[in-house]
Design a protein around this ligand. Structure first.
Ligand code: HEM
Length: 230
């Protein structure tokens, strides 16, 4: 194919297979427009900016290192002298430089009126032990069936051996839980025989009584039946 083209362009005889090893220099066809010799590849990169450009004519702009005086000045250092520790921002000469805590947060927190303390539980009475006892299957209710319990009946169960309380409408037998209560037996006995919802919630609303005492459920609190019915 190459030899055919060459003979076509130059009029030279077509090279045969026999003269293939000899290298023949191929000249491209003469160009009509420029007539330049493009025999060798020109990979030289043109100068930028162009040699005759206006940029080159302009005065030299070589990198200039700025002196300290020519640099932008640093921001002013906050004046330590203007700060007046212990004096409120209002009375201080420079209010913006005061590092005082805002006056709204300087009031010390009010202490709880009554200290709530957890009691030391006897060995084998940790919350985990209570969980194990609950799931052991032992009878913690003391009743055969769930009942509807009016306040008058609830009132009869207020001894340590038989302590019931109502929380959120449910009546629980607290007796098995007494030694497990982190707040102590005495606190728990304050609600024995009565509705303990308010005291329970105001002491520790985050405690889930439903879950803690589910195995101790004995019934549901109902209003006292009226006695004047015929
Ligand atoms: C009858 C159901 C009750 C259950 C199941 C129960 C359960 C609990 C539990 C789980 C805790 C530990 C709370 C914690 O670690 O955050 C606790 C603590 C305590 N409970 Fe109860 N409680 C009951 C009733 C009451 C009542 C009626 C009172 C008060 C009259 C009371 C007073 C306390 C106190 C003072 C603590 C210890 C301090 C504290 O944790 O803040 N509890 N109780």
């Amino acid at each position: 194919m190459t030899s055919y083209l060459r003979s076509w362009l130059t009029g030279a005889p077509v090279a045969t297979v026999s003269d293939a090893p000899s290298l023949v220099k191929i000249s491209p066809p003469p160009s009509d427009d420029d007539g330049e010799d493009t025999e060798t590849e020109d990979n030289s990169v043109p100068a930028f900016p162009a040699l005759n450009s206006a940029q080159r004519a302009a005065p030299s702009t070589s990198l200039r290192v700025l002196s300290d005086n020519a640099l932008m000045p640093p921001p002013p250092v906050p004046s330590l002298a203007a700060r007046n520790p212990g004096v409120s921002a209002k009375s201080s000469s420079s209010a913006s430089s005061s590092l005082l805590v805002p006056t709204t947060t300087t009031k010390p927190p009010t202490k709880p009126s009554k200290k709530r303390e957890k009691v030391a539980l006897a060995p084998g009475h940790s919350p985990l032990d209570w969980a194990a006892l609950k799931s052991s299957g032992s009878d913690l209710r003391g009743v055969d069936t769930l009942m509807r319990i009016p306040p008058s009946v609830l009132k009869q169960h207020r001894s340590k051996d038989d302590a019931w309380t109502a929380i959120n409408g449910k009546v629980y037998n607290m007796t098995p839980y007494l030694p497990f209560h982190p707040g102590g037996e005495r606190e728990l006995m304050r609600v024995a025989g009565r509705d303990g919802t308010y005291l329970f919630a105001s002491t520790h609303a985050w405690v889930n009584a439903d879950f803690m005492l589910d195995a101790c459920l004995v019934g549901f609190l109902i209003p006292e039946p009226s006695t004047d019915s015929p």
